[in-house]
Design a protein around this ligand. Sequence first.
Ligand SMILES: Nc1ncnc2c1ncn2[C@@H]1O[C@H](COP(=O)(O)OP(=O)(O)OP(=O)(O)O)[C@@H](O)[C@H]1O
Length: 341
Amino acid sequence: MTSESHVVSIDGLTKRYREVVALDDVTLKIRPGVTGLLGPNGSGKSTFIKALLGLVRTQTGAGDVMGLQWPEQVRAIRDAIGYSPEDDCYIAGLTGIESVALMAELSGLPRIEALRRSHEILDFCDVGEERYREVESYSTGMRQKLKFAQALVHDPDLLILDEPTTGLDPKQRRSMLDRIRTLGQRHGKSILLSTHILHDVRAVCDHVIILVGGTVRVSDSLANLSRPAEPSVQVGVQGDPSLLVRDLQNAGHEVSATIDGRWKVGGIDPNDSAAIWQTAGQSGAAISRLEPARNSLEQIFFAATGATMPIDAEPGSVDFAATVSGQGTTTKGTGGSDGAS
Ligand SMILES: Nc1ncnc2c1ncn2[C@@H]1O[C@H](COP(=O)(O)OP(=O)(O)OP(=O)(O)O)[C@@H](O)[C@H]1O
C-alpha cells in the first residue's frame, strides 16, 4: 500500500562505483505527483533511478517504494514501476507493436489483452502505422515514444522517465510533455522525470529534487521554491530604467536584474506597492509591468549548484548540461554494468 504522503521514501542510500561515490548518504521522499529530478552531469540521477530499481548494488540504505520494502522487495518494486531508460531499449527484429505487447505479456497480461492494451498505448503516444515497422528503422523521436509506451503498457502507478525528451524536435517535445502532464493530472500517476531541461520541469512538475555530487541539495515543491525569502516585486520598465534603479537602491531596496529583462525589487510587499509607484513618479520611469517576484527555476538551479547563469541564456531554454561542469570524477559507464566492489 502506498503512503498518502510519499510514493518513495529512501534513507541513507550510498552507492559507490569502486572509488567513485555516486550517491552519498541520500535521504529523500518523492511525493505523489510529477517530480523533476535535476542535477549536473554525473550528479547521480541515473544511479539513483537504477538503485531504486535494483539495477545496481548499493552499499547502504533502506526505505519503501510504492509501499514495498526497498531494497528487500526490489523485484516486486520493478513490477510495480514503469521505467523508460535514457539509453535505447528494444529487441531487434520486433515491430513496435510486438515490442510493446511483449513488455505487456512479461508484466503478466494475457496475450490478447496485451495486444489490445499495446494498441491503446501506442494510440496515446501518437504512433500510427509505424507500429508495424521494425524498431531498428525508427527515428530518435519514435524510439522515445516506444520506450515511453513500453513503460506505460502495464498501467503502473509510478513512472520513472530518464531524459524522455532528449532528441525530440520542439513539436514532439511539446507532445511528450502533454502526455506526461495528462498522466499526472488526469490519470493520477506519479512520475519521476530525470532531465537536463529546466523548461520541461517547469512545464510539468509539481516538485523538484536537485542532486549535486551525489547529495540532495534541494527537495521541495516548485511553489515553495518559487517564493522569494522576503516579499519582493518584479517590475518591467519602458525606456531607461537606470534612474528608477538608483532611486530604489537609495531608498534601501535590493534591486537585481532578472534574466527576462525585468527588475526584482526586494522589501516591497506585492499587496502594498505604493512605494514603488511613488519612486517611479520621482524618477520619471514608466512601469509597464508590476507583479509578485518569483524565483525562476534557473535561479533555484544555479543557486543549488553554485554555477553562474550563462550570459546569453534565454529564459526557459537553458539545458544546464551545457553550462555546468560535471561533479563526478570518472567517465560514466554504460548500460547497467555495476562497478561496485
Ligand atoms: N557503471 C559505472 N561505473 C563507474 N562509475 C560510474 C558508473 N556509472 C556512473 N558512474 C559515475 O557515478 C557518478 C554518477 O553518475 P550518474 O550517471 O548516476 O550521473 P547522472 O546525474 O545520471 O549524469 P548524466 O546527467 O550525465 O546522465 C559519475 O561520477 C559517474 O561517472
